[in-house]
Design a protein around this ligand. Sequence first.
Ligand SMILES: Cc1ncc(C[n+]2csc(CCOP(=O)(O)OP(=O)(O)O)c2C)c(N)n1
Ligand SMILES: [Mg+2]
Length: 593
Amino acid sequence: MSEPGDTRAAGDPRAALAGHGGDLAVAAAQAHGVQTMFTLAGEHVFPLYDGAVMADPPMRLLDVRHEQTAVFAAEATGRLTRTPGLAVLTAGPGVTNGVTAVANAWFNGSPLLVIGGRAPTERWGTGSRQELDHPPLLAPVTKLATTVRQVSSVADRVDEALRVATLPHRGPVFLDVPMDQLFATTEVMHPTARRPTALLPDADELTDIAALLAQAHRPVLVLGSDVWADGAEQAARRAAQTLDIPVITQGMGRGIVPRGHPRLVSRARRTSLGEADLVVVVGTALDFRLGFGEFGGPSNADGTGRARAKVVHVADSPGLLAGHVPLAGAAAGDLTAALDGIAAAWERAPRRTDWTPWRTRLEDLVHDGHDRDRAALSSDAEPVHPARVYGELAPRLGEDAVVIGDGGDFVSFAGRFIEPARPGGWLDPGPYGALGTGLGYAIAARLARPTAAVVLLLGDGAAGLSLLDIDTLVRHRLPVVMVVGNNGEWGQDRAAMRAHYGYDVVTRLRPQTRYDDVVRALGGAGEFVTRPGAIGAALDRAFDAGVPYLVNVVTEPGAAYPRSATENAGLGATGGGLAQGRPPRSSMRWVRE
Ligand SMILES: Cc1ncc(C[n+]2csc(CCOP(=O)(O)OP(=O)(O)O)c2C)c(N)n1
Ligand SMILES: [Mg+2]
């Protein structure tokens, strides 16, 4: 353990740090602002627990029921607090159970440190329990994956790993420490915990982007998760306001332009992106969520249709700039500097096109969309249409609410009907699309936003991947409101499979399963709702309960979220060459329905 008078938590580079590997790792992590260690017990990593308990102040230990939940919780901590999350996993199966969540963090650019236990070096290769060389497994989905060979380098490696994790473009890092080294003691100097310095975008490139904007007739600004991750949400709001430009928000960028704002055109997304002549995408990849960066008219425009929109990509680091579409403009670096720079250059532009007709058109479309939504949101259909759940939920959400989605169509409907009031309050799995984030994300949100309402939306299928971690919510007294859209099916996949083949297999679940009883059995509470008129009061009881509470709403099977058959797999408009539906064959008698 550390000596009296040790100032290790302060990050003083001259202070001495003494202790075992766990003490050193915890001290280095605390210097980066890490407050919680998410974990599931394992002897290989005991010193990390001892380091957390004995630290001053202690590091909170949050023990879960599946390592995947630990890593999802650490990932969500990084996303919500913009301070890296920490998960500690025991050697072998502990680490491999966490791999999906690390991959999810990789796709999201989430600052995350995973420390794995590792079989002892002194017996390596002789058949120790849980002996596996982890870094090669983690390397493809991390910015850094390595083994710390000596206890004397634990603090420096943890410090370095956390710096790498928080350097744009952010992402997960992995260290494992052989058991003999982690239990060994040493004395080292405290690492410096230097913050990475921001890369500034090129001023000329920002001026060029502003010139493209000044000439555009139908521009759209897309704000993605990295705007939030990079702390640029205020600059983004300023830029949107200065330019008075139609905005679509995505992921954790949702809420930067708040619900009800006339420039928020997410509800008229198809027209906005389909008819734009310039799309400026800031802080997110030009991936399947944005039609791979192909906006405006058709790609094979033969002069009869609209031309392709010009595309500008602004990213937090050069490696993130899209290489698969021609870019009319691009800039990389600190997103606050980029957005402020574009707005300033635009104000200086000598002539600017009048966007009023475009703005008005999109605003009208948004209004029409809201009018159409109203009927769905108040639908009296029985079984309940998923939209009705959100008709009841939306007015009950405070400005600071955190809404988490883990599921298929049930969550897609939420994306349409639940519009956050602030950025950083919407958590979906992101482009990796892992089901099972739910309980881990909810645990993290409850800790990160202690006074806010935390609502976890679960498809009944997705629920099965993490439901037992309600036990963790109960043990750690973390009240979360959970709402299950119980349609008795893997609905999104059922609809997609029917579109491909005209039939579906492996997409049915048991109807009306009492997931609320599962919560009761684990020490929480909940109720079963079958009528639309009963949802509101059930939600009120859930918000007032003060314990983990699950509202299990029986929803209409087959009420699929409207999307193209290829959208699920991100195959693009052409279907990626896959057959679109199978020709009927008389021999296929086993086909159901
Ligand atoms: C780990 C993982 N497994 C499988 C999938 C494929 N998948 C995407 S959506 C979905 C259906 C989800 O069903 P449910 O949670 O019940 O929501 P619903 O669509 O029925 O509303 C599946 C299986 C995935 N994205 N992630
Ligand atoms: Mg379902």
